[in-house]
Design a protein around this ligand. Structure first.
Ligand SMILES: C[S@@+](CC[C@H](N)C(=O)[O-])C[C@H]1O[C@@H](n2cnc3c(N)ncnc32)[C@H](O)[C@@H]1O
Length: 390
């Protein structure tokens, strides 16, 4: 079989995962894309306006066969028009990331796979072409129906079950699974994924904390009932599970803010705690400082943590050039103090990359899940400044 399209592109940049040549030759990404897509430029972080197959078939096919993530839905389907919407809510992921994730999934054919985040159905078709039986779950009914129609036009229709629903619940009827392939960003791992995995199963997902919009690939192995453990393997960025999107809230402050707040002088350069997209600093701070959402506005780093019993916490740390840097805080948590302490630990450890860290996940019988980050080995757990109650 001749490899064309995305498969040819992956082979040309030496990014074709071993064993996946046939699947990428058999499944064309273009066959799964809708007529209207928006291309994301990873270098500039911007989207094109719509690329419409009817209006410009050459540009559409170029986009289909490129390494760009292509948005296929904005704003959970409410957006209309040619310009990008507010929030990209579904996409055909970046092909080299799809390939990397499939490589990490370690399948050889014959496995049962639960995929969460069907979108176009392209990844589900690749898994089926590799010889897996696939259950794929999509929360958006319009996308799920489109994916089903796309898959029905391939030889893999019978190997893939498309379920419309919340992937956080998994699909118990198909369990136990040999692999769980999560293709939306995760902040809190649902217990169903551990429950429905076979012992020894790989559970692969983009995982991160509220402290950064970006993710790390997390490769967990189920090590017993209610337990899974594994390392972070590479930086990436996925749109998040629908109910795990975090944004800095519209917060109203007391009239006398910041006079009523606690003031301190930062003992580090605030900009050192702010990294570029795939640098590890924000990811590592987030491992230590839980449930904290940052936002940068004109020389001020804002930190917010929601109320978990004794009130919300907020901090504003100014770092504008030429001004004295100062931190103002209110609420029960010392958020800037937590961030500084996390940064010092990371610095003292020699600023290790994110792939030196990992996660142990423990789900109890009541369905509560604890996520315990570690450094170097699962025996060396990080001390979390603010551990949410189990
Ligand atoms: C990045 S896309 C997945 C890419 C896809 N697997 C592919 O083949 O390229 C993420 C998808 O996850 C879906 N999604 C978000 N939250 C979900 C949830 N709770 N359960 C199932 N699907 C969800 C979105 O609607 C979106 O289609």
């Amino acid at each position: 079989m001749t490899t064309r399209g995305v498969g040819a592109y992956l082979a040309s940049i030496d990014a074709m995962p071993s064993g996946w040549e046939h699947a990428f030759a058999a499944v064309e990404r273009a066959d799964f894309l809708p007529r209207r897509v928006w291309s994301f430029d990873v270098a500039t972080g911007t989207y094109t306006s719509v690329i419409d197959r009817d209006r410009d078939p050459v540009a559409w096919h170029r986009a289909a066969n490129s390494n760009a993530p292509l948005v296929v839905q904005w704003d959970d389907g409410t957006h209309t028009g040619d310009e990008p919407g507010e929030l990209a809510s579904s996409s055909a992921s970046m092909p080299s990331v799809v390939a990397d994730m499939l490589h990490e999934l370690d399948v050889t054919g014959g496995e049962t796979v639960l995929e969460v985040g069907t979108a176009t159905g392209y990844t589900a078709a690749l898994l089926a072409a590799r010889g897996c039986r696939v259950v794929t779950i999509e929360i958006d009914p319009v996308l799920a129906a489109q994916a089903r129609a796309n898959l029905n036009r391939t030889p893999y229709a019978d190997a893939v079950t498309v379920v419309t629903g919340d992937g956080a619940l998994g699909h118990p009827a198909g369990a136990p699974y040999d692999r769980l392939h999560i293709t939306a960003g995760v902040r809190h791992i649902p217990p169903a994924w551990i429950d429905q995995a076979r012992d020894g199963a790989i559970i692969l997902m983009p995982w991160g904390t509220d402290y950064s919009p970006h993710d790390q690939a997390l490769k967990l192995t189920r090590i017993g009932p209610g337990r899974a453990c594994g390392p972070f393997t590479q930086p990436l960025s996925f749109m998040k599970l629908r109910d795990q999107r975090r944004e800095f809230p519209e917060t109203s402050f007391p009239d006398d803010w910041p006079e009523t707040s606690r003031e301190s002088a930062p003992d580090i350069d605030v900009t050192d705690t702010i990294g570029a997209a795939y640098e590890p600093v924000e990811f590592v701070i987030g491992l230590h400082v839980r449930d904290c959402v940052p936002q940068q506005v004109e020389g001020t780093l804002w930190l917010y943590a929601p109320d978990t019993g004794s009130g919300a916490s907020i901090a504003a740390v100014s770092y504008a050039e030429g001004c004295k840097s100062a931190a103002y805080e209110a609420g029960p948590r010392d958020l800037w103090g937590e961030v500084q302490a996390a940064y010092h630990r990371w610095e003292d450890a020699g600023k290790p990359a994110a792939d030196r860290f990992g996660l142990t996940v423990i789900a109890d019988r009541e369905g509560r899940v604890e996520q315990r980050p570690w450094f170097g080995s699962p025996d060396v757990e990080l001390s979390i400044h603010h551990r949410p109650p189990l």
